[in-house]
Design a protein around this ligand. Structure first.
Ligand code: NAP
Length: 289
């Protein structure tokens, strides 16, 4: 039995769908307030709880062989504490394999980015735990672009903050879901930390060009510089230091490059035995074009 946290999220629900398509038993950890009807219709066992409660995590772990931690949120309570509690509970239960969804660039020491810091600490804790593990470090998800694509469809406008030439390997969350599930069975993925991206290195300015091709319209790119973002962030800091701090992760994402080298891409495709999807293919699939 798999335990999937964040099972109603962009990635988690794809992990649940994919595991049910493969007829694998899966327990979906969800909050009472979440929309989890689809998960039970697909045959997942639904566990209602709150990842901020250690007791709920211990209960959810009963009888579990494989954990996929795919939740996110508040960096201290969810990205850090809930994962530490999951790892402790997995150890007590004698779980066979723990898959942790981290983030690309987690090991670059971004001091001002709370999510990156929390995930790095969890990675170290998991590596020292003695559990079999796979740490997956994805780049940004292609699904994040779907609302922007819909806006582009209506207006032709694309907002890009920061350097339009910075490079990225946007990942299909469907590929990532397949990879997360397969990791528990593959010798080559055991006790590895793997960068996961799409099959190509794009510049961020390629995204509106791709949308222009898909919707057959000339893109209008609005491109505020990073210092404009910083000015807004500093203003927010005047009223809320927490608000400013949480925008630190977004700033790290906007200010840096997140792409896989061709060797890293080839390694993933060789371990998991399939070709990673391009951003254009993903968008065409979801936008039905
Ligand atoms: N999105 C990206 O581009 C990206 C890139 C790299 C890495 N990642 C990592 O990939 C993972 C999945 O990301 P995502 O975009 O799929 O996340 P998401 O869509 O934001 O989903 C977050 C999930 O966490 C659940 N959750 C939040 N608080 C909870 C609580 N107290 N108890 C139980 N569940 C709770 C949410 O449940 P509700 O439905 O109840 O809110 C939701 O299912 C995260 O670890 C994220 O850091 C994401």
């Amino acid at each position: 039995m798999f335990l999937v946290t964040g099972a109603t999220g962009e990635l988690g629900r794809r992990i649940v769908r994919e595991s049910r398509l493969k007829n694998l038993p899966v327990r979906a950890f969800v909050r009472l307030i979440s929309d989890y009807a689809e998960l039970s219709h697909r045959g997942a066992e639904v566990f209602i709880g709150d990842l901020k409660r250690e007791r709920d995590i211990e209960k959810a772990m009963k009888g579990i062989q494989f954990v996929i931690s795919a939740h996110g949120g508040d960096s201290e309570a969810l990205d850090y504490r809930a994962n530490i509690d999951l790892i402790d509970a997995a150890q007590s239960e004698g779980v066979q394999h723990f898959v942790f969804i981290s983030v690309l660039g987690v090991d670059r020491g971004y001091e001002d980015a709370p999510t990156f810091k929390a995930k790095r600490e969890v990675e170290k804790y998991l590596q020292a735990s003695g559990l079999n593990y796979t740490i997956l470090r994805p780049s940004g998800f292609a699904s994040n672009l779907l609302p922007l694509a819909e806006q582009f469809r209506r207006t032709g406008v694309y907002l890009l903050v920061g350097d339009p030439r910075s490079r990225t390997s946007i990942v299909s969350p469907d590929d990532l879901a397949r990879i997360a599930i397969a990791s528990v069975d593959l010798e080559a993925a055991r006790n590895q930390s793997l960068a996961i991206g799409g099959s190509e290195i794009l510049e961020r300015q390629d995204v509106p060009k791709i949308l222009g091709r898909i919707f057959n319209r000339e893109p209008v790119m609005i491109n505020p510089p990073l210092f404009a973002f910083d000015a807004v962030r500093n203003l927010i800091g005047v009223v809320s230091s927490d608000g400013k701090e949480s925008l630190g992760t977004l700033r790290a994402l906007l200010a840096n490059e997140f792409y896989l080298t061709p060797a890293e891409t080839a390694r993933i495709e060789s371990i998991y035995g399939f070709k990673l999807e391009t951003l254009e293919a993903f968008l065409r699939r979801y936008l039905s074009i």
